[in-house]
Design a protein around this ligand. Structure first.
Ligand SMILES: [Mg+2]
Length: 381
């Protein structure tokens, strides 16, 4: 960031210079395409160049990737800006609301950001509004101290911006005027963000939902080796997409003893799974047990092998996984691996399996909602 010659930098120049030490700014940043695809790319709810880069960095790192600093440097000159630029940039306060919704209250620290001035802006605005309202209502004894508080906070803010700068009449005027306008602008944009992003859900990152295959995401065709007979259960695509939008990783854990019994080949299973991938969108990890009940393997559900292997491949702790299945063996495999289980019974699920299940949901949609709630509990721990 080239600094001006022979004078101290203006407020705008100092702000731009801050980018020189910022982590992950997109001015010179390269991501592997696969990592971007994995987290779903940039979040278009960030409408301006402000927090979109910190957001994607936090999501990519939550997915288990690392960001490393390279050796290349770029020159980033300060772009010309008008009188009101420092007021206009307050629009970023709305993006801060979305950051908090997505990444929780600790997002500033994790993004390498300082605490910001918003609380003081809010206090300044509240004092000013109180002073004006009390004055209008004739309550001078309230109006005067409120006005003094507003004036003091505003003066402190203006001084903090004027003192390090060039102190030319033009810069001083600009700092005084905008220091009055910034606190209400920041408050307004924060409010706007709260309204716009009221329904934005948390980003889950290093969490996963592992689905049983047959009679959970596709209708069971016993020992099916024919992709043409794959038929998803109702709402499966929507339920999986909902997880993808929230950053939850998706796996399938399935017993296919038809392989051990010689009824189907591994290649048949793969073809069927490819067809499921095609119909239900990309599944991050497939774990299949090809063994029979007497093979004493460690993977056949109700044993935990498929769940622990899928979790390891996704780089997610089993306790941050929910297993959704239609029978007791799915629930027991989840429990044995240290994951949560949610049962979606079908007509073939036995009543005692329903009674023993840790959680029961009427359909896949409800099961995914329950899974998100369980993962959110783990997230706040
Ligand atoms: Mg099943």
């Amino acid at each position: 960031m080239p600094s001006p010659e022979g004078r101290r930098p203006t407020d705008w120049e100092r702000n731009t210079a801050g980018l020189a030490d910022a982590s992950w700014i997109t001015a010179d940043m390269a991501y592997r395409r696969r990592a971007l695809a994995e987290v779903g790319g940039f979040d278009e709810r960030f409408r301006r160049a402000y927090r979109e880069d910190a957001d994607i960095a936090l999501r990519v790192m939550a997915a288990g990737h690392r960001l490393v600093r390279g050796a290349r440097t770029v020159t980033h000159p300060v772009r010309p800006a008008g009188f009101w630029v420092s007021v206009k940039t307050q629009a970023g306060n709305a993006d801060d609301v979305l950051m908090r919704r997505l990444h929780g209250p600790g997002w500033r620290r994790r993004a390498g950001e300082g605490p910001g001035r918003f609380r003081r802006h809010l206090l300044t605005t509240a004092s000013g509004v109180l002073a004006a309202a009390a004055y209008g209502a004739g309550a001078r004894r309230v109006a005067f101290p409120a006005f003094v508080a507003w004036a003091g906070l505003t003066a402190e803010f203006a001084a903090a911006r004027v003192l390090p700068g060039p102190r030319t009449p033009e810069e001083v005027t600009r700092m005084l005027v905008t220091s009055v306008a910034i606190p209400p602008a920041a408050t307004w944009h924060r409010l706007r963000g709260l309204l716009t992003h009221a329904r934005a859900g948390a980003w889950y990152g290093n969490r996963a939902v592992l689905f049983d295959r047959d009679d959970t995401i596709v209708h069971d065709v016993p020992y099916n080796g024919d992709p043409a007979r794959v038929e998803p259960v109702r709402g499966a695509r929507k339920a999986l997409d909902r997880l993808r939008r929230r950053g939850v990783r998706i796996g399938v854990v399935s017993n296919q003893s038809g392989v051990a019994r010689g009824l189907i080949t591994r290649a048949d299973v793969r073809r069927v799974n490819d067809r499921i991938d095609e119909l239900l969108g990309p599944i991050d990890v497939w774990e299949i047990c090809p063994h029979g009940p007497d093979d004493r393997c460690s993977c056949r559900k109700p044993r935990p092998g498929l769940v622990t292997r899928a979790a390891r491949r996704l780089d997610v702790d089993p306790s941050a996984c929910v297993v959704i299945g239609d029978i007791g063996a799915d629930m027991r495999a989840a429990e044995a691996a240290g994951a949560h289980g949610v049962l979606v019974p079908t007509g073939r699920t036995r009543p005692e399996e329903v009674d023993d299940a840790p959680e029961v949901a009427p359909d896949l949609r409800a099961a995914v909602a329950r899974a998100l709630a369980l993962l959110a509990e783990g997230r706040s721990r």
